[in-house]
Design a protein around this ligand. Structure first.
Ligand code: XUL
Ligand code: CO
Length: 480
């Protein structure tokens, strides 16, 4: 075949697949023009958003009801605290109420009945009402949001702020006395102005715009009684070092965070500031690569003590660590503040943001949380979404119930491991040679190289015992 013809065929194939991708998906179930129907351009909504869904209750492990908790029993005490106080669950507004099921190869698959296909203020308010009905039915009293998830961008910063104020006023009313944001944040990665970064953009006007957005997002988080504020630097990184002054960008990021600390104090916001590491995606390299990198950054710029870390499990695995490793690293630095509870897929190399269903992983996560004495004022934010193919409203409930039960089961397993004590004994035994007088002197920093050399000569070749890894794994498994 001639090259020209082959090119033509390829071109036609590409065009037809693009047409297919563009055509997939039903129209919104509630078109914006449907003014006479259930969803007009007002934010009101007749009846319930989730009419077939009851308030979710604990029914115990033998229950077969998908709309009930089998392991999460909010008021039950485990290891000296109520389950609800260990777990402090939160719903992520962006996934649950703005997730469309779209991916790079296809558009939306989810058209919730209350959506009218617009990003209007009226729609934002109606969505907020759906959010609070969802939280109440689930029995969860925390939620997390980005400024631009909950209210539409305006033509100017002033207009965006006014939109946000209007939606936040409604959220405040709907929160009542029970519900509060676990954390708020500013979305500094979707708008094209942030394509080179926000705090690390080489454009000073972008740096200023980002600061203004964070200032406002901190104000509304404070106003809503939020307990934390998150910085996730999705575009704070680089695509190539050939065009990047990394030293200058890191300095800018530190100045930006210093200014945020100063503003937090100025407005009397007592919430914890959290940095959420992620190694890459959307940038090729994100500056807050993992917990250790972030801890070092905080130390270098004198910000230690002002920030804690929000560990996201799927980000942990993207950086080549386990979630447990990241949690333990954060905990040992005194930086463990919050968990974005999700998981990745071992066969897919990107941030799939799935609900955690692996009981072993959940147990390891809860080992760190229990060692940390809990997460408060942080908690578990379900930064997790339904699969593209899950399109029923009830799937939103099932996914959260599953995630909550998995972590609750992890907590119960930790209690079993602690009660049994043999895993703890195994670890303790491995280090018992340091529980001697000489070992204690080493740990106290009182032994120099000359004394160590003398001991080495006196003791001769050390007898090195087994690590007992398989036994440790067997004990761990027996608690699941
Ligand atoms: C992105 C991510 C964000 C942050 C908040 O990977 O995790 O949703 O949690 O900006
Ligand atoms: Co996250």
């Amino acid at each position: 075949m001639k090259r020209m013809e082959l090119g033509k065929i390829l071109f036609l194939l590409i065009c037809s697949s693009l047409t297919i991708a563009g055509a997939v998906g039903a129209p919104p179930t509630c078109p914006a023009t449907d003014v006479g129907g259930e969803c007009g351009d007002a934010d009101d909504w007749k009846g319930e958003f989730f009419p077939g869904i009851p308030n979710i209750k604990y029914e115990g492990p033998s229950s077969k009801n998908p709309l009930a908790y089998k392991w999460y029993n909010a008021q039950e005490e485990i290891l000296g605290k109520k389950m609800k106080d260990w777990l402090r669950f939160s719903v992520a507004f962006w996934h649950t109420f703005r997730g469309t099921g779209g991916d790079p190869f296809g558009g939306a698959t989810k058209f919730w009945p209350w959506e009218d296909g617009t990003n209007s203020l009226a729609m934002a308010k109606r969505r907020m009402r759906a959010n609070f009905e969802f939280l109440k039915k689930l029995g969860v009293d925390r939620w997390c949001f980005h400024d631009r998830d909950i209210a539409p961008d305006g033509k100017t910063l002033e207009e965006s702020n006014a939109n946000l104020d209007e939606v936040v006023a409604l959220a405040k009313e709907l929160q009542g006395t029970e519900i509060r944001p676990l954390w708020g944040t500013a979305q500094l990665f979707v708008h094209p102005r942030y394509m080179h970064g926000a705090a690390t953009s080489p454009e000073v006007a972008v740096y200023a715009y980002a600061a203004a957005q964070v200032k406002k997002a901190m104000e509304v988080t404070h106003y809503l009684g939020g307990e934390n504020y998150v910085f996730w630097g999705g575009r704070e990184g680089y695509q190539t070092l050939l065009n990047t002054d990394m030293g200058r960008e890191l300095d800018h990021l530190a100045r930006f965070l210093e200014a945020a600390v100063a503003y937090k104090k100025k407005i009397g916001f007592n919430g914890t500031l959290l940095i959420e590491p992620k190694p890459q995606e959307p940038t090729k390299h994100q500056y807050d690569w993992d917990v250790a990198t972030t801890a070092n950054f905080l130390q270098k710029y004198g910000l230690f003590g002002e920030f804690k870390i929000n560990v996201e499990c799927n980000h942990a695995t993207l950086s080549g660590h386990s979630c447990h490793h990241e949690l333990e690293t954060a905990r040992l630095h005194g930086l463990l503040g919050n968990i974005d509870a999700n998981t990745g897929d071992p066969q897919i190399g990107w941030d799939t943001d799935q609900f955690l269903t692996d009981i072993g992983e959940a147990t390891m996560v809860m080992i760190s949380v229990v060692r940390n004495g809990g997460l408060a004022p942080g908690g578990f934010n379900f930064d997790a979404k339904l699969r593209r193919e899950s399109t029923d409203v009830e799937d939103l409930f099932i996914a959260h119930i599953g995630g909550m039960d998995t972590l609750a089961r992890g907590l119960r397993n930790v209690a079993k491991l602690i009660e049994d004590g043999s895993l703890n004994d195994l670890v303790k035994k491995r280090y018992e040679s340091f529980d001697t007088e000489f070992g204690a002197q080493i740990e106290a920093g009182k032994v120099d190289f000359e004394s160590l050399e003398k001991k080495a000569m006196a003791w001769g070749e050390p007898k090195v015992p087994s690590a007992k890894q398989e036994l440790a794994e067997m004990i761990f498994q027996s608690a699941l």
